[in-house]
Design a protein around this ligand. Structure first.
Ligand code: HEC
Length: 513
Protein backbone atom coordinates (compact mmCIF):
# COMPACT_ATOMS: atom_id res chain seq x y z
CA UNK A 1 0.00 0.00 0.00
CA UNK A 2 2.76 2.33 1.02
CA UNK A 3 4.74 1.40 -2.04
CA UNK A 4 1.78 2.00 -4.27
CA UNK A 5 1.17 5.38 -2.75
CA UNK A 6 4.70 6.59 -3.30
CA UNK A 7 4.62 5.30 -6.86
CA UNK A 8 1.40 7.19 -7.34
CA UNK A 9 3.02 10.33 -5.95
CA UNK A 10 5.98 9.90 -8.20
CA UNK A 11 3.71 9.52 -11.18
CA UNK A 12 1.82 12.64 -10.18
CA UNK A 13 5.08 14.53 -9.76
CA UNK A 14 6.26 13.33 -13.17
CA UNK A 15 2.99 14.40 -14.77
CA UNK A 16 3.37 17.87 -13.25
CA UNK A 17 6.91 18.26 -14.55
CA UNK A 18 5.82 17.15 -17.99
CA UNK A 19 2.84 19.48 -17.96
CA UNK A 20 5.14 22.32 -16.99
CA UNK A 21 7.66 21.66 -19.72
CA UNK A 22 5.43 20.95 -22.71
CA UNK A 23 3.80 24.15 -23.98
CA UNK A 24 0.02 24.07 -24.08
CA UNK A 25 -2.41 25.83 -26.34
CA UNK A 26 -4.01 27.79 -23.49
CA UNK A 27 -0.87 28.90 -21.72
CA UNK A 28 1.62 29.37 -24.54
CA UNK A 29 0.48 28.90 -28.11
CA UNK A 30 -2.94 30.55 -28.48
CA UNK A 31 -1.60 34.06 -27.90
CA UNK A 32 1.08 33.53 -30.57
CA UNK A 33 -1.36 32.19 -33.15
CA UNK A 34 -3.91 34.94 -32.40
CA UNK A 35 -1.26 37.66 -32.72
CA UNK A 36 0.67 36.34 -35.68
CA UNK A 37 -1.67 34.19 -37.77
CA UNK A 38 -5.38 34.89 -37.19
CA UNK A 39 -5.46 38.25 -39.03
CA UNK A 40 -5.10 36.28 -42.29
CA UNK A 41 -6.53 33.01 -40.99
CA UNK A 42 -10.14 33.75 -40.08
CA UNK A 43 -13.41 33.31 -41.95
CA UNK A 44 -13.44 35.49 -45.05
CA UNK A 45 -9.72 36.38 -44.90
CA UNK A 46 -7.03 35.37 -47.39
CA UNK A 47 -5.67 32.37 -45.46
CA UNK A 48 -7.11 29.06 -46.72
CA UNK A 49 -8.50 28.02 -43.29
CA UNK A 50 -9.26 29.69 -39.94
CA UNK A 51 -6.91 29.60 -36.95
CA UNK A 52 -9.34 31.00 -34.40
CA UNK A 53 -9.65 28.22 -31.81
CA UNK A 54 -7.86 25.25 -30.30
CA UNK A 55 -9.81 22.91 -32.60
CA UNK A 56 -8.81 24.91 -35.70
CA UNK A 57 -5.13 24.75 -34.78
CA UNK A 58 -5.27 21.12 -33.69
CA UNK A 59 -6.60 19.87 -37.03
CA UNK A 60 -4.00 21.95 -38.92
CA UNK A 61 -1.11 20.94 -36.63
CA UNK A 62 0.81 19.01 -39.30
CA UNK A 63 0.62 21.87 -41.80
CA UNK A 64 1.52 24.42 -39.14
CA UNK A 65 4.55 22.34 -38.17
CA UNK A 66 5.78 22.32 -41.78
CA UNK A 67 5.15 25.95 -42.64
CA UNK A 68 6.47 27.32 -39.33
CA UNK A 69 9.65 25.25 -39.37
CA UNK A 70 10.56 26.22 -42.94
CA UNK A 71 9.65 29.90 -42.33
CA UNK A 72 6.92 30.00 -44.98
CA UNK A 73 4.38 31.24 -42.44
CA UNK A 74 3.79 33.96 -41.52
CA UNK A 75 4.79 35.32 -44.94
CA UNK A 76 7.61 37.85 -44.39
CA UNK A 77 10.10 38.09 -47.26
CA UNK A 78 12.84 40.34 -45.76
CA UNK A 79 15.73 38.53 -44.08
CA UNK A 80 15.48 39.43 -40.36
CA UNK A 81 19.18 38.69 -39.87
CA UNK A 82 19.95 41.58 -42.26
CA UNK A 83 17.50 44.25 -41.10
CA UNK A 84 14.45 44.46 -38.84
CA UNK A 85 11.37 46.59 -39.54
CA UNK A 86 8.31 48.03 -37.87
CA UNK A 87 5.09 45.99 -37.99
CA UNK A 88 6.82 42.75 -38.90
CA UNK A 89 4.81 39.62 -39.58
CA UNK A 90 7.45 37.44 -38.06
CA UNK A 91 7.75 34.75 -35.39
CA UNK A 92 10.51 35.36 -32.85
CA UNK A 93 12.75 32.34 -32.21
CA UNK A 94 11.12 31.54 -28.86
CA UNK A 95 7.65 31.72 -30.41
CA UNK A 96 8.69 29.33 -33.15
CA UNK A 97 10.16 26.93 -30.56
CA UNK A 98 6.97 27.02 -28.49
CA UNK A 99 4.77 26.17 -31.48
CA UNK A 100 7.02 23.33 -32.62
CA UNK A 101 7.45 21.90 -29.08
CA UNK A 102 3.70 22.10 -28.61
CA UNK A 103 3.06 20.08 -31.79
CA UNK A 104 5.81 17.59 -30.88
CA UNK A 105 4.05 17.04 -27.51
CA UNK A 106 0.81 16.14 -29.30
CA UNK A 107 -0.66 19.67 -29.33
CA UNK A 108 -2.17 19.57 -25.80
CA UNK A 109 -4.90 22.05 -24.96
CA UNK A 110 -4.00 22.70 -21.30
CA UNK A 111 -6.52 24.48 -19.12
CA UNK A 112 -9.18 25.74 -21.52
CA UNK A 113 -10.46 28.18 -18.88
CA UNK A 114 -7.27 30.19 -18.99
CA UNK A 115 -6.98 30.36 -22.80
CA UNK A 116 -6.97 33.87 -24.26
CA UNK A 117 -10.09 34.86 -26.16
CA UNK A 118 -9.75 34.86 -29.95
CA UNK A 119 -9.27 38.30 -31.52
CA UNK A 120 -12.29 40.05 -33.00
CA UNK A 121 -11.99 41.20 -36.60
CA UNK A 122 -14.42 43.82 -37.76
CA UNK A 123 -15.07 45.29 -41.14
CA UNK A 124 -15.01 48.74 -39.57
CA UNK A 125 -12.74 51.49 -40.83
CA UNK A 126 -9.48 52.23 -39.06
CA UNK A 127 -9.70 55.83 -40.35
CA UNK A 128 -13.04 56.75 -38.83
CA UNK A 129 -13.64 60.01 -40.71
CA UNK A 130 -11.55 59.95 -43.88
CA UNK A 131 -11.14 63.11 -45.98
CA UNK A 132 -11.63 61.02 -49.07
CA UNK A 133 -13.09 57.56 -49.32
CA UNK A 134 -13.22 56.06 -52.78
CA UNK A 135 -14.47 52.70 -53.85
CA UNK A 136 -13.84 51.01 -57.16
CA UNK A 137 -16.89 49.77 -59.09
CA UNK A 138 -18.18 46.25 -58.40
CA UNK A 139 -15.93 43.97 -60.39
CA UNK A 140 -16.11 40.22 -61.02
CA UNK A 141 -12.63 38.72 -61.31
CA UNK A 142 -11.77 37.39 -64.76
CA UNK A 143 -8.66 35.52 -63.54
CA UNK A 144 -9.14 31.98 -64.88
CA UNK A 145 -5.81 30.20 -65.21
CA UNK A 146 -3.37 33.08 -64.76
CA UNK A 147 -3.06 35.96 -62.30
CA UNK A 148 -4.70 39.24 -63.22
CA UNK A 149 -3.54 42.82 -62.46
CA UNK A 150 -6.45 45.15 -62.89
CA UNK A 151 -6.25 48.95 -62.57
CA UNK A 152 -9.20 51.13 -61.57
CA UNK A 153 -8.87 54.92 -62.05
CA UNK A 154 -11.12 57.04 -59.86
CA UNK A 155 -11.19 60.87 -59.64
CA UNK A 156 -10.48 62.23 -56.13
CA UNK A 157 -12.45 65.42 -56.62
CA UNK A 158 -9.90 67.52 -54.74
CA UNK A 159 -9.33 70.94 -56.28
CA UNK A 160 -6.12 71.94 -54.46
CA UNK A 161 -2.97 70.09 -53.46
CA UNK A 162 -3.27 68.21 -50.15
CA UNK A 163 -0.93 66.02 -48.09
CA UNK A 164 -1.74 62.39 -47.30
CA UNK A 165 -1.08 61.37 -43.70
CA UNK A 166 -2.79 57.96 -43.59
CA UNK A 167 -3.92 55.48 -46.20
CA UNK A 168 -6.23 52.60 -45.42
CA UNK A 169 -7.09 49.93 -47.97
CA UNK A 170 -10.24 47.90 -47.34
CA UNK A 171 -10.37 44.95 -49.73
CA UNK A 172 -13.89 44.28 -50.92
CA UNK A 173 -13.21 40.56 -50.81
CA UNK A 174 -10.35 39.54 -48.53
CA UNK A 175 -10.23 36.05 -49.89
CA UNK A 176 -9.33 37.14 -53.45
CA UNK A 177 -7.43 40.44 -53.17
CA UNK A 178 -3.75 39.53 -53.05
CA UNK A 179 -2.27 43.01 -53.16
CA UNK A 180 -3.21 46.59 -54.00
CA UNK A 181 -0.88 49.32 -55.27
CA UNK A 182 -2.15 52.91 -55.17
CA UNK A 183 -0.97 55.52 -57.67
CA UNK A 184 -1.92 59.14 -58.26
CA UNK A 185 -2.26 60.45 -61.77
CA UNK A 186 -2.83 64.17 -62.35
CA UNK A 187 -2.58 63.77 -66.16
CA UNK A 188 -5.84 62.06 -67.01
CA UNK A 189 -3.98 59.21 -68.78
CA UNK A 190 -5.28 56.48 -66.48
CA UNK A 191 -8.87 57.74 -66.55
CA UNK A 192 -8.63 57.54 -70.35
CA UNK A 193 -7.25 53.98 -70.19
CA UNK A 194 -10.08 52.97 -67.88
CA UNK A 195 -12.68 54.63 -70.12
CA UNK A 196 -11.31 52.84 -73.18
CA UNK A 197 -11.90 49.39 -71.66
CA UNK A 198 -15.55 48.25 -71.82
CA UNK A 199 -15.35 46.38 -68.48
CA UNK A 200 -14.64 48.08 -65.15
CA UNK A 201 -10.90 48.87 -64.91
CA UNK A 202 -8.13 47.94 -67.37
CA UNK A 203 -5.42 45.31 -67.28
CA UNK A 204 -1.86 46.43 -66.56
CA UNK A 205 0.89 44.50 -64.89
CA UNK A 206 3.96 46.54 -63.94
CA UNK A 207 2.45 49.85 -62.84
CA UNK A 208 -0.61 51.92 -63.64
CA UNK A 209 0.14 52.11 -67.37
CA UNK A 210 1.29 55.74 -67.57
CA UNK A 211 4.58 57.40 -66.67
CA UNK A 212 2.56 60.24 -65.15
CA UNK A 213 1.16 57.90 -62.49
CA UNK A 214 3.18 57.95 -59.26
CA UNK A 215 3.05 55.37 -56.49
CA UNK A 216 1.66 56.67 -53.20
CA UNK A 217 1.12 53.48 -51.24
CA UNK A 218 0.24 49.83 -51.23
CA UNK A 219 -1.33 47.05 -49.28
CA UNK A 220 -0.75 43.33 -48.86
CA UNK A 221 -2.77 41.00 -46.61
CA UNK A 222 -1.68 41.47 -43.03
CA UNK A 223 -0.58 45.09 -43.42
CA UNK A 224 -2.07 47.72 -41.20
CA UNK A 225 -3.21 51.23 -42.11
CA UNK A 226 -0.15 53.14 -43.26
CA UNK A 227 0.31 56.33 -41.26
CA UNK A 228 3.21 58.75 -41.57
CA UNK A 229 4.75 60.24 -38.44
CA UNK A 230 3.17 63.52 -37.30
CA UNK A 231 4.03 66.52 -39.46
CA UNK A 232 4.75 64.51 -42.63
CA UNK A 233 2.60 63.96 -45.71
CA UNK A 234 2.67 62.70 -49.30
CA UNK A 235 1.47 65.37 -51.73
CA UNK A 236 -1.72 64.53 -53.58
CA UNK A 237 -2.02 66.87 -56.53
CA UNK A 238 -5.18 68.83 -57.26
CA UNK A 239 -7.54 67.17 -59.75
CA UNK A 240 -5.64 63.90 -59.75
CA UNK A 241 -7.19 60.47 -60.05
CA UNK A 242 -6.26 57.63 -57.73
CA UNK A 243 -5.45 54.39 -59.49
CA UNK A 244 -5.91 51.12 -57.62
CA UNK A 245 -3.97 48.24 -59.10
CA UNK A 246 -5.48 45.06 -57.67
CA UNK A 247 -3.89 41.62 -57.99
CA UNK A 248 -6.43 38.79 -58.36
CA UNK A 249 -4.83 35.32 -58.28
CA UNK A 250 -5.57 32.65 -60.89
CA UNK A 251 -8.75 30.71 -60.18
CA UNK A 252 -10.70 33.61 -58.66
CA UNK A 253 -12.85 34.05 -61.76
CA UNK A 254 -16.43 35.06 -60.99
CA UNK A 255 -15.79 36.36 -57.46
CA UNK A 256 -16.98 39.87 -56.70
CA UNK A 257 -14.69 42.58 -55.34
CA UNK A 258 -15.05 46.26 -54.67
CA UNK A 259 -12.02 47.58 -52.82
CA UNK A 260 -12.10 50.91 -50.98
CA UNK A 261 -9.33 53.38 -50.14
CA UNK A 262 -9.69 55.82 -47.26
CA UNK A 263 -7.34 58.77 -46.98
CA UNK A 264 -6.73 61.22 -44.18
CA UNK A 265 -4.90 64.46 -44.98
CA UNK A 266 -2.56 66.31 -42.64
CA UNK A 267 -4.21 69.33 -41.05
CA UNK A 268 -1.44 71.88 -40.55
CA UNK A 269 0.10 74.06 -43.22
CA UNK A 270 3.64 73.14 -42.11
CA UNK A 271 3.59 69.64 -43.52
CA UNK A 272 6.98 68.25 -44.50
CA UNK A 273 6.63 66.58 -47.88
CA UNK A 274 7.34 62.87 -48.16
CA UNK A 275 8.41 61.69 -51.61
CA UNK A 276 7.82 58.17 -52.88
CA UNK A 277 10.40 57.61 -55.60
CA UNK A 278 11.95 54.70 -57.51
CA UNK A 279 15.45 55.76 -56.49
CA UNK A 280 16.95 52.53 -57.77
CA UNK A 281 15.54 51.58 -61.15
CA UNK A 282 16.57 49.76 -64.29
CA UNK A 283 15.94 52.79 -66.55
CA UNK A 284 18.31 55.30 -64.95
CA UNK A 285 20.56 53.79 -62.28
CA UNK A 286 21.48 50.34 -63.64
CA UNK A 287 25.24 50.01 -64.13
CA UNK A 288 25.36 46.73 -66.08
CA UNK A 289 22.10 46.88 -68.05
CA UNK A 290 20.04 46.56 -70.05
CA UNK A 291 17.87 44.26 -67.98
CA UNK A 292 17.71 41.40 -70.45
CA UNK A 293 17.89 37.79 -69.32
CA UNK A 294 18.37 35.25 -72.14
CA UNK A 295 16.63 31.88 -71.83
CA UNK A 296 18.46 29.38 -69.61
CA UNK A 297 20.67 32.01 -67.97
CA UNK A 298 21.03 33.33 -64.43
CA UNK A 299 22.10 36.98 -64.35
CA UNK A 300 22.96 39.47 -61.63
CA UNK A 301 22.23 43.19 -62.11
CA UNK A 302 23.56 46.17 -60.18
CA UNK A 303 22.17 49.64 -59.61
CA UNK A 304 23.64 52.67 -57.88
CA UNK A 305 22.58 56.19 -57.10
CA UNK A 306 24.43 58.96 -55.26
CA UNK A 307 22.08 60.78 -52.91
CA UNK A 308 22.30 64.56 -53.47
CA UNK A 309 20.58 65.43 -50.16
CA UNK A 310 20.62 64.31 -46.56
CA UNK A 311 17.45 62.26 -46.27
CA UNK A 312 15.12 60.90 -43.61
CA UNK A 313 13.92 57.58 -45.03
CA UNK A 314 10.73 55.85 -43.85
CA UNK A 315 10.19 52.86 -46.14
CA UNK A 316 11.91 50.67 -48.73
CA UNK A 317 10.00 48.59 -51.31
CA UNK A 318 11.72 46.45 -53.91
CA UNK A 319 9.81 45.46 -57.02
CA UNK A 320 10.62 42.79 -59.62
CA UNK A 321 8.44 40.43 -61.63
CA UNK A 322 8.41 36.64 -61.79
CA UNK A 323 11.94 35.45 -62.50
CA UNK A 324 13.64 37.72 -59.96
CA UNK A 325 15.03 35.44 -57.24
CA UNK A 326 16.68 37.78 -54.72
CA UNK A 327 17.23 41.49 -54.21
CA UNK A 328 19.32 43.53 -51.81
CA UNK A 329 19.78 47.25 -51.20
CA UNK A 330 22.28 49.02 -48.96
CA UNK A 331 23.80 52.47 -48.59
CA UNK A 332 27.49 53.38 -48.42
CA UNK A 333 27.91 56.81 -46.76
CA UNK A 334 31.00 58.99 -47.47
CA UNK A 335 32.20 58.12 -43.96
CA UNK A 336 31.01 55.47 -41.55
CA UNK A 337 29.49 52.05 -41.80
CA UNK A 338 27.36 50.59 -44.55
CA UNK A 339 23.65 51.03 -43.84
CA UNK A 340 21.75 47.81 -44.50
CA UNK A 341 18.40 48.57 -46.11
CA UNK A 342 16.82 45.32 -47.28
CA UNK A 343 17.66 41.78 -48.27
CA UNK A 344 15.05 39.45 -49.78
CA UNK A 345 16.61 36.06 -50.35
CA UNK A 346 13.61 34.27 -51.82
CA UNK A 347 11.61 36.74 -53.90
CA UNK A 348 7.92 35.96 -54.27
CA UNK A 349 5.92 38.31 -56.51
CA UNK A 350 2.77 37.57 -54.53
CA UNK A 351 4.13 39.03 -51.26
CA UNK A 352 5.42 42.55 -51.91
CA UNK A 353 5.42 45.33 -49.40
CA UNK A 354 6.62 48.75 -48.32
CA UNK A 355 8.83 47.91 -45.35
CA UNK A 356 8.98 50.59 -42.66
CA UNK A 357 12.18 51.06 -40.69
CA UNK A 358 11.80 50.85 -36.91
CA UNK A 359 13.29 54.33 -36.57
CA UNK A 360 13.30 56.77 -39.47
CA UNK A 361 16.62 56.04 -41.22
CA UNK A 362 18.97 58.97 -41.77
CA UNK A 363 21.07 58.74 -44.94
CA UNK A 364 23.83 61.37 -45.34
CA UNK A 365 24.32 63.50 -48.44
CA UNK A 366 26.74 61.91 -50.91
CA UNK A 367 25.85 58.36 -49.86
CA UNK A 368 25.89 55.79 -52.64
CA UNK A 369 22.74 53.67 -52.55
CA UNK A 370 23.33 50.30 -54.17
CA UNK A 371 21.03 47.55 -55.33
CA UNK A 372 21.82 44.08 -56.55
CA UNK A 373 19.38 41.44 -57.81
CA UNK A 374 19.55 37.98 -59.33
CA UNK A 375 17.23 36.77 -62.09
CA UNK A 376 16.93 33.06 -62.81
CA UNK A 377 15.60 32.31 -66.28
CA UNK A 378 16.16 28.56 -66.10
CA UNK A 379 13.85 25.61 -65.44
CA UNK A 380 15.22 25.54 -61.86
CA UNK A 381 13.20 28.64 -61.01
CA UNK A 382 9.80 27.42 -59.74
CA UNK A 383 8.25 30.82 -60.60
CA UNK A 384 9.44 30.84 -64.23
CA UNK A 385 6.23 31.32 -66.25
CA UNK A 386 7.76 29.76 -69.39
CA UNK A 387 8.79 26.16 -69.89
CA UNK A 388 10.96 25.90 -71.90
CA UNK A 389 12.38 29.30 -70.77
CA UNK A 390 12.01 32.25 -73.19
CA UNK A 391 14.23 35.33 -73.50
CA UNK A 392 13.04 37.94 -70.99
CA UNK A 393 13.50 41.66 -71.55
CA UNK A 394 12.79 44.81 -69.59
CA UNK A 395 9.14 45.92 -69.76
CA UNK A 396 5.73 46.18 -68.17
CA UNK A 397 4.14 42.86 -69.20
CA UNK A 398 3.84 39.79 -66.98
CA UNK A 399 6.61 38.05 -68.83
CA UNK A 400 8.93 41.10 -68.89
CA UNK A 401 11.14 42.12 -65.97
CA UNK A 402 11.78 45.15 -63.79
CA UNK A 403 14.28 46.07 -61.08
CA UNK A 404 12.98 48.95 -59.00
CA UNK A 405 13.37 49.90 -55.36
CA UNK A 406 11.03 52.60 -54.11
CA UNK A 407 11.91 54.71 -51.09
CA UNK A 408 9.69 57.09 -49.17
CA UNK A 409 11.72 59.91 -47.69
CA UNK A 410 11.87 63.56 -46.73
CA UNK A 411 14.59 66.19 -46.38
CA UNK A 412 16.42 65.56 -43.12
CA UNK A 413 15.94 67.80 -40.09
CA UNK A 414 17.79 67.38 -36.78
CA UNK A 415 16.03 64.94 -34.48
CA UNK A 416 14.49 62.89 -37.29
CA UNK A 417 16.60 59.86 -36.33
CA UNK A 418 14.53 59.63 -33.13
CA UNK A 419 11.24 59.16 -34.96
CA UNK A 420 10.16 55.75 -33.81
CA UNK A 421 7.88 53.85 -36.17
CA UNK A 422 7.71 50.76 -33.90
CA UNK A 423 9.51 49.81 -30.71
CA UNK A 424 9.31 46.02 -30.89
CA UNK A 425 13.07 45.87 -30.66
CA UNK A 426 13.65 48.41 -27.89
CA UNK A 427 15.24 45.54 -25.99
CA UNK A 428 18.09 45.19 -28.44
CA UNK A 429 18.84 48.84 -29.10
CA UNK A 430 19.24 50.09 -25.50
CA UNK A 431 22.14 48.41 -23.71
CA UNK A 432 20.85 48.24 -20.13
CA UNK A 433 17.75 46.52 -21.39
CA UNK A 434 19.62 43.50 -22.68
CA UNK A 435 20.59 42.58 -19.12
CA UNK A 436 17.34 41.25 -17.79
CA UNK A 437 14.02 40.38 -19.26
CA UNK A 438 11.32 40.73 -16.62
CA UNK A 439 8.47 38.27 -16.40
CA UNK A 440 5.49 40.50 -16.93
CA UNK A 441 2.15 39.20 -18.05
CA UNK A 442 -0.61 41.19 -19.79
CA UNK A 443 -4.13 39.81 -20.02
CA UNK A 444 -6.22 39.95 -22.13
CA UNK A 445 -4.34 41.01 -25.23
CA UNK A 446 -6.02 42.33 -27.41
CA UNK A 447 -7.91 44.31 -24.75
CA UNK A 448 -10.75 46.82 -24.79
CA UNK A 449 -11.12 48.76 -21.53
CA UNK A 450 -8.92 47.11 -18.94
CA UNK A 451 -5.81 45.05 -19.00
CA UNK A 452 -4.50 42.96 -16.11
CA UNK A 453 -0.80 43.43 -15.51
CA UNK A 454 1.02 40.80 -13.51
CA UNK A 455 4.40 42.14 -12.30
CA UNK A 456 7.24 39.89 -11.09
CA UNK A 457 7.47 41.13 -7.51
CA UNK A 458 4.85 43.09 -5.59
CA UNK A 459 7.48 44.62 -3.31
CA UNK A 460 9.27 46.37 -6.16
CA UNK A 461 8.14 49.47 -8.01
CA UNK A 462 8.03 49.52 -11.81
CA UNK A 463 7.20 52.14 -14.39
CA UNK A 464 4.79 51.35 -17.16
CA UNK A 465 4.89 53.38 -20.38
CA UNK A 466 2.67 52.88 -23.38
CA UNK A 467 3.95 54.08 -26.74
CA UNK A 468 1.73 54.55 -29.77
CA UNK A 469 2.82 53.58 -33.27
CA UNK A 470 4.40 57.00 -33.73
CA UNK A 471 6.68 56.19 -30.82
CA UNK A 472 5.07 58.82 -28.61
CA UNK A 473 4.54 57.96 -24.95
CA UNK A 474 0.78 58.20 -24.46
CA UNK A 475 0.55 56.94 -20.92
CA UNK A 476 3.01 56.57 -18.09
CA UNK A 477 2.36 55.15 -14.65
CA UNK A 478 3.88 53.56 -11.55
CA UNK A 479 3.09 49.92 -10.79
CA UNK A 480 3.57 48.33 -7.41
CA UNK A 481 0.97 45.57 -7.37
CA UNK A 482 -0.59 43.18 -9.84
CA UNK A 483 -3.85 44.62 -10.97
CA UNK A 484 -6.22 45.90 -13.58
CA UNK A 485 -5.17 48.91 -15.58
CA UNK A 486 -7.60 51.26 -17.28
CA UNK A 487 -6.95 51.85 -20.99
CA UNK A 488 -10.53 52.86 -21.87
CA UNK A 489 -9.61 56.38 -22.95
CA UNK A 490 -6.88 55.33 -25.40
CA UNK A 491 -7.77 55.26 -29.11
CA UNK A 492 -7.94 51.79 -30.65
CA UNK A 493 -4.65 50.67 -32.14
CA UNK A 494 -1.38 48.92 -31.54
CA UNK A 495 0.74 50.02 -28.59
CA UNK A 496 4.08 49.02 -27.18
CA UNK A 497 3.90 48.46 -23.44
CA UNK A 498 7.18 48.94 -21.63
CA UNK A 499 7.56 47.89 -17.98
CA UNK A 500 10.88 48.47 -16.25
CA UNK A 501 12.86 49.14 -13.12
CA UNK A 502 16.54 48.87 -12.18
CA UNK A 503 16.33 45.06 -12.32
CA UNK A 504 15.21 44.73 -15.91
CA UNK A 505 12.69 45.53 -18.55
CA UNK A 506 9.84 43.95 -20.43
CA UNK A 507 8.23 45.09 -23.68
CA UNK A 508 5.17 43.72 -25.35
CA UNK A 509 2.80 44.70 -28.12
CA UNK A 510 -0.64 45.54 -26.78
CA UNK A 511 -3.59 45.70 -29.15
CA UNK A 512 -6.45 47.91 -28.01
CA UNK A 513 -9.71 47.57 -29.94
C1 HEC B 1 -0.28 37.83 -44.14
C2 HEC B 1 -1.26 36.79 -44.14
C3 HEC B 1 -0.93 35.50 -43.44
C4 HEC B 1 -0.41 35.34 -42.18
C5 HEC B 1 -0.05 36.42 -41.18
C6 HEC B 1 -0.30 33.92 -41.98
N1 HEC B 1 -0.73 33.25 -43.08
FE1 HEC B 1 -0.77 31.22 -43.31
N2 HEC B 1 -1.40 31.45 -45.22
C7 HEC B 1 -1.70 32.65 -45.84
C8 HEC B 1 -2.06 32.39 -47.23
C9 HEC B 1 -2.48 33.44 -48.23
C10 HEC B 1 -1.93 31.01 -47.44
C11 HEC B 1 -2.15 30.24 -48.75
C12 HEC B 1 -0.79 29.91 -49.37
C13 HEC B 1 -0.05 31.11 -49.87
O1 HEC B 1 -0.63 32.00 -50.53
O2 HEC B 1 1.17 31.19 -49.60
C14 HEC B 1 -1.51 30.45 -46.17
C15 HEC B 1 -1.26 29.10 -45.97
C16 HEC B 1 -0.97 28.54 -44.73
C17 HEC B 1 -0.80 27.13 -44.50
C18 HEC B 1 -0.91 26.04 -45.55
C19 HEC B 1 0.51 25.78 -46.00
C20 HEC B 1 0.71 25.74 -47.46
O3 HEC B 1 1.81 25.31 -47.84
O4 HEC B 1 -0.17 26.17 -48.23
C21 HEC B 1 -0.52 26.96 -43.17
C22 HEC B 1 -0.29 25.65 -42.43
C23 HEC B 1 -0.50 28.28 -42.58
N3 HEC B 1 -0.78 29.20 -43.54
C24 HEC B 1 -0.24 28.52 -41.24
C25 HEC B 1 0.00 29.81 -40.73
C26 HEC B 1 0.46 30.06 -39.40
C27 HEC B 1 0.73 28.98 -38.33
C28 HEC B 1 0.61 31.40 -39.28
C29 HEC B 1 1.13 32.18 -38.09
C30 HEC B 1 2.36 31.71 -37.50
C31 HEC B 1 0.21 31.99 -40.55
N4 HEC B 1 -0.16 30.99 -41.41
C32 HEC B 1 0.19 33.36 -40.82
C33 HEC B 1 -1.67 33.89 -45.25
C34 HEC B 1 -1.13 34.16 -44.00
Amino acid sequence: MKKLLSFGLLLAAFATVKAQTAPTWSADVASIIYNKCSNCHHAGAIGPFPLMSYQDAFVQAAGIEGSVSDGKMPPWPPDPAYRRYAHERLLETDEKTKILDWIAAGAPEGDANTAPVPPVFTDGWAIASPDISIKMPDYFSEAVSSDLYKCFAIPTGITEDRYIKSIEVIPGNRSVVHHVLIFQDPSGDCLALDAADPNPGYTNYGGAGSNNAKLVGGWVPGSTTYTLPNGFGIKLKANSALVLQVHYPAGTVGTLDSTRVNIKFTDGTNTREVFVAPILNHLVTMTNGPLNIPANEVKVFEEEFTLPIKATVFTVSPHMHLIGRNVKAYAVPPTGDTIKLINIRDWNFGWQGAYQFQYAQTIPEGTVIRGTATYDNTVNNPYNPSNPPQDVNVGEATTDEMMITYFSYSYYQPGDENILMDSTLLTTSVPQQVANKLNVFFYPNPATNNVFIDIPNDNDAYTLTLYNQMGQAVLSSRLQNDGWFDIATLPAGLYIADVRNAKGIYTQKLLKY
